[in-house]
Write a protein that binds this ligand. Structure first.
Ligand code: HEC
Length: 147
């Protein structure tokens, strides 16, 4: 009995840090600070956090299809000009923005497109990566609240 309990606790402790965003404690306030630091230079988030049009606006990203972001703040703007490989991936192997797909995307956007397209030469217009799973989980929690 003792041995079994120890084994289970040990296994959970090993698995927790590498599991997907859903299993980590999420902190939207910390996510907002991380997004201001890492995402606002290229994306519109809120009037306070950023006003860049290098990438698509991220307001409501968890409630809309991929590739439907505005090219600037607010819905009155033109739609953002996505990269060819992003558009091709959407057409050939569509996905929705969920915690899981956002986690995979911001971990490595080019790898995400390569996997969806099955093509090693595929490239993302977004080259930025967030390697830390805890940082990604908090940023995604913040994105969920960004409406
Ligand atoms: C150096 C600029 C840059 C940074 C920094 C950056 N991005 Fe991006 N992002 C882009 C570009 C450019 C695209 C468009 C990708 C394409 O068309 O292939 C994009 C696309 C996206 C998309 C797809 C949105 C849609 O409309 O479907 C998401 C989600 C995203 N970025 C999230 C983030 C998050 C979260 C961060 C911060 C952790 C971040 N990005 C940091 C440039 C950036």
């Amino acid at each position: 009995m003792m041995v079994t309990a120890t084994l289970i606790v040990g296994t959970l402790a090993t698995v927790a840090p590498v599991s997907t965003s859903g299993a980590l404690a999420q902190d939207a306030a910390r996510g907002a600070r991380l997004a201001a630091e890492h995402c606002a230079r290229c994306h519109y988030l809120t009037p306070e956090l950023g006003n860049s049009d290098i990438g698509p606006g991220l307001v409501g990203v968890t409630n809309r299809p991929p590739g439907s972001g505005a090219a600037g703040p607010g819905p009155a703007n033109d739609s953002y000009p996505y990269g060819e490989d992003f558009k091709q991936a959407m057409a050939l192997n569509p996905w929705q923005w969920t915690g899981q797909t956002l986690d995979a995307y911001i971990r490595d956007p080019t790898l995400f497109l390569r996997q969806r397209l099955g093509r090693k030469e595929a490239r993302s217009k977004m080259t930025y990566k967030i390697p830390d799973p805890g940082d990604r989980a908090d940023i995604i929690e913040f994105l969920r609240q960004l409406r």
